[in-house]
Design a protein around this ligand. Structure first.
Ligand code: GLP
Length: 248
């Protein structure tokens, strides 16, 4: 596991963008696994800048998003569909046929999830998976207690996650309680992992994920078993780490 600690959020985002850009330049038709949340926003902004100013080409890139709320249509401002188009896809030369996001309105969740897994496989698997982390250590919407071998499926969100997400909705009752998420097994199949975290409220989850025991209680800790993981943190998110880390 390579842990890179940057001074602040901006530097974290730029460093992460370099890693994603390297992947795209290395393999222009690569498959990216994408995350939502506030953490990757700076990374997406920097990738858009690289596209505009340095011609970073997304025309052959294929993307699979980690998760989506059940019951929110794509045009709902809090849906992950909406988030991804607003903050990323609308600003790039990406082919809409190559954008995959779980459908929160699907009538047959199980069938949809199987299809999603097959589509990932059909493109040869995810080359680089971008991940944020929940304050309770979740990745995607794989909450504590998720099977470490799980595949794409429906998950019930924990009270903590619902509370954390409440800031985006008018009323507590409006916050979705279920989501479709890639499983931990699905995520672990990606060839490379790029985990980002920023801010003091992530420090505990990060220390448990990186330096704690591997456990379903902290789903992100499974990444310790992956062969290629880069973690990019700002100082606050790294503040509870005990071991020594250096970039070179
Ligand atoms: C949601 C998403 C996760 C994300 C997490 C943290 O639960 N499903 O993929 O990592 O939020 O969000 P933020 O980056 O806003 O702290």
């Amino acid at each position: 596991m390579r842990v890179i600690i940057k001074e602040n959020y901006d530097e974290m985002s730029k460093r992460a963008a370099q890693i994603v850009a390297e992947q795209i330049r290395l393999k222009p038709d690569c498959v990216l696994g994408l995350a939502t949340g506030s953490t990757p926003l700076g990374l997406y902004k920097e990738l858009i800048r690289l596209h505009r100013e340095e011609g970073l080409d997304f025309s052959k890139v294929i993307t699979f998003n980690l998760d989506e709320y059940i019951g929110l249509p794509p045009e709902h401002p809090q849906s992950y569909h909406y988030f991804m188009y607003q903050n990323f896809f609308n600003h790039l030369n990406i082919d809409p046929r190559f954008i995959y996001i779980p459908h929160g309105m699907t009538q047959d969740v199980e069938r949809f999830c199987n299809w999603y897994e097959k589509e990932i496989e059909r493109f040869g698997g995810i080359d680089l998976q971008i991940l944020g982390i929940g304050a309770n250590g979740h990745i995607g919407f794989n909450e504590p207690g998720s099977s470490l071998g799980s595949r794409t499926r429906i998950k019930t969100l924990t009270k903590k996650t619902i509370e954390d997400n409440a800031r985006f909705f008018e009323k507590m009752e409006d916050v979705p309680k279920y989501a479709i998420t890639m499983g931990i097994g699905t995520i672990m199949d990606a060839k490379k992992q790029l985990l980002l975290a920023s801010g003091k409220n992530k420090a505990k989850a990060i220390s448990q994920a990186i330096e704690g025991p591997i456990s379903q209680v902290v789903p992100a800790s499974i990444l310790q078993l992956h062969r290629w993981v880069t973690v990019v943190l700002d100082k606050d998110a790294a503040s509870m780490l005990k071991m020594e880390y250096f970039e070179e």
